[in-house]
Write a protein that binds this ligand. Structure first.
Ligand code: ATP
Length: 235
């Protein structure tokens, strides 16, 4: 069962230079939930995650995390509150090996996973410990990207299209891992194009269109919303 509201976003607007991208995003996430943002390419999902993380310089509106206003905080400060993002491009350093990549981000809070705990979640990474970033498969890179943010001690994880470009069997593994993280009490905000994947774990969905949230529903209301969903996503 979901807990208190941990993230509350109200009237979030964001810009890239002169381009006004987010036009008033409103949604919330409760402790222990998996919430998925759905929407077509370019709708503003990635920009929403980046705005929450404080890496879009020009933004306005209210973003509250665990009751604190983070709408003007630096990304460092937001990270220290326990918020982390796993970006779509994964950000693995090609010339560093798996261990070095894992050790790179600072531990910002107590409770970060130890290497032992990480290898328990991602056994493949243990076997690849000495491999350079460039030698990893897409799936291994994605696992490393998730593992890396778990080391920091973050409890609120934003995952941007973790299944993109991966084979079905790897997607399934990543799905199991996210389920486990959910069971262990992490709160997850997911951006996904792969709706079937999202449906295996999401508690709730929000639809992003042209920089706004235009609809939202719980997983239990999914079948009643299927037609609408098809029209929103154009599938
Ligand atoms: P996608 O699945 O394609 O990533 P998305 O819903 O995550 O879709 P965003 O990446 O948030 O969409 O992009 C929203 C809009 O912002 C798009 O029109 C995109 O072209 C524009 N945009 C994204 N990044 C930049 C940037 N660095 N500079 C200028 N415009 C950008």
């Amino acid at each position: 069962p979901a807990g208190d509201v941990v993230l509350s976003v109200q009237n979030l607007q964001a810009w890239y230079g002169e381009s006004h991208i987010l036009h008033g995003i409103d949604f919330e996430v409760r402790a222990g939930e998996v919430v998925t943002l759905l929407g077509r390419n370019g709708a503003g999902k990635t920009t929403t995650l980046k705005s929450i993380m404080g890496i879009i310089p020009k933004r306005s509106g209210s973003i509250r995390f665990e009751g604190k206003d983070i709408s003007r905080a630096s990304s460092d400060k937001i990270a220290r509150q326990g918020v982390a993002i796993c970006p779509e491009e994964r950000g693995i350093f090609a010339s560093l090996d798996v261990r070095e990549n894992l050790m790179l981000p600072p531990q910002v809070r107590p409770g970060g996973l130890s290497l032992e705990q990480i290898f328990e979640l991602f056994p493949n990474l243990k076997e690849r410990l000495k491999s350079q970033g460039t030698k990893l498969s897409g799936g291994e890179q994605q696992m490393l990207a998730i593992a890396r943010i778990l080391r920091t001690g973050a409890r609120f994880l934003m995952l941007d299209e973790p299944t993109e470009g991966l084979a079905p069997v790897i997607i399934q593994q990543i799905g199991h891992t996210i389920q486990r993280l959910k069971n262990e009490g992490f709160t997850i905000l997911l951006v996904e194009q792969n709706f079937r994947f999202a449906a295996t774990m999401a508690d709730r969905y929000y639809i992003v269109e042209h920089g706004k949230i235009i609809d939202g529903f719980a997983n239990s209301e999914l079948s009643a919303n299927m037609d609408k969903l098809h029209s929103y996503l154009g599938v």
